[in-house]
Design a protein around this ligand. Sequence first.
Ligand SMILES: [Zn+2]
Length: 505
Amino acid sequence: MHRIGIVALVVLVAGCAARRPMPPLAGPSSAPVMETPDRVALIAAPVEGDWKALGDEATALLSQYLRINTTNPPGNEIVAARWLARVLQHEGIEARIFEPAPGKANLYARLAGDGSARPIILLNHMDVVLVSPEFWTVDPFAGVIKDGYVWGRGALDMKGEGIAQLMTLLILKRARVPLKRDVIFLATADEEIGAGVGAAWFVEHHGDLIRDAEFLLNEGGTTRANGRGGVDYYGVGTTEKSPFWLDITVRGTAGHGSRPTPDNPVHRLVRALDRIASWSGRTPLVVTPAVERYFRDLATIERDSTQRSWFADIRSALRDSVAVRSITGDLAYNALLRNTISITGLKGSDKTNVIPPVATAVVDVRLLPGQEPAAFLAELVRVVADTAVTFRPQGPSWPATESPADTELFRAIVAAAHARHPDALVTTPMLAGFTDSHYFRRMGIASYGIAPFPLTQSDSRGVHGNDERISVAALRFGVRFYYDVVARVAAPKASTIVGPHDERL
Ligand SMILES: [Zn+2]
């Protein structure tokens, strides 16, 4: 991919030669600036020179944000929410903080548009997963900036994207960009523990605040840097698999290990798990419409001619055993084509010489769109064929949700991507994991996962791993990309659209 030079795509406001108005867009700028109506009319999106300062500001903000330890549990999101509220308040944006439980918080802020279109929500979670600091080369909660990277737990998942969203709000506000739709910033708790008092709680208790929204942007996309300074792939999340985690329990007669019992629950559980394990590799292959479209898109960039023909018609390919072996041999493709089952936990006795009264296992099941949890469970019960084995879902389950790709927001994402990388593939991979988007998709809000930061394979290794970090170059790119996407869909004037940039990734 070629490198794109500096191109200011800002459409000049007619009759305005020197169109760099005040106030400065790079903050913090809280000082009141007197503006004449004429000058206000000239205020538009940032120009090339502003983006350097905005990138610096985003870097500094992310570093501060990463210093707030929101490891969940316990999360302590209230500290992050108060910090976000302060940053917003400084710009004159009021934020509301909801505290569903001690130490827990969800933050909501709204920039008003003229109401001619329905709102867009920028959703981010404030909590992060545990760290094993002994494997980190820096303190994961020090907001370290070194070697061109911002380091810390959450840099990628997802405080970095949260900062890109925050900067979008700040820039829209500072530049007084006229909006046709409200832009809502929603920072939530408890995404990483899959339950709790975050997005689910907010939707249940304060759904009225967002019910009118048309669109939502969240984590769950992939933007792949090609390692040569460009980007060749933008994956936009329109659908994701649905988790269906199960506890499996077998009861039997406890006893001494030296006198085997016929109904040792561990033996019985192991037999059940053996049937599940062998079935896990044989669950039916299913091609959902989104996955079919995704493979067709992949075919356009696939270099290997055999793979290309398989991807172009994945349904036919799956009737060919050679193709099936090859395609499902790829862990990522396999997960897109079937319900998956991973046995992940086992518990019997704590002591070698004691037969326990109960043995348990936990199983991570992920269901494709269109699959009913109850129907899958019935199938699993049939496979195990042992009435002594009981299955219990760990939490609420839901059929996988999907948002249409034929929307103004989707087109805005495609336009922003192609403005930067005309040859990049913009496609809709199904996420094998899951995000909070399903809560909003079920309300009828078209919700997309986008990844503002182009990452190489090795860059993304830090997500839930060690030495999580984001390059300052990717952060700069992402802040500008995010603003561009939101401006395209929320601001009716072309003058707010920003084009490519010169950041080498
Ligand atoms: Zn996340």
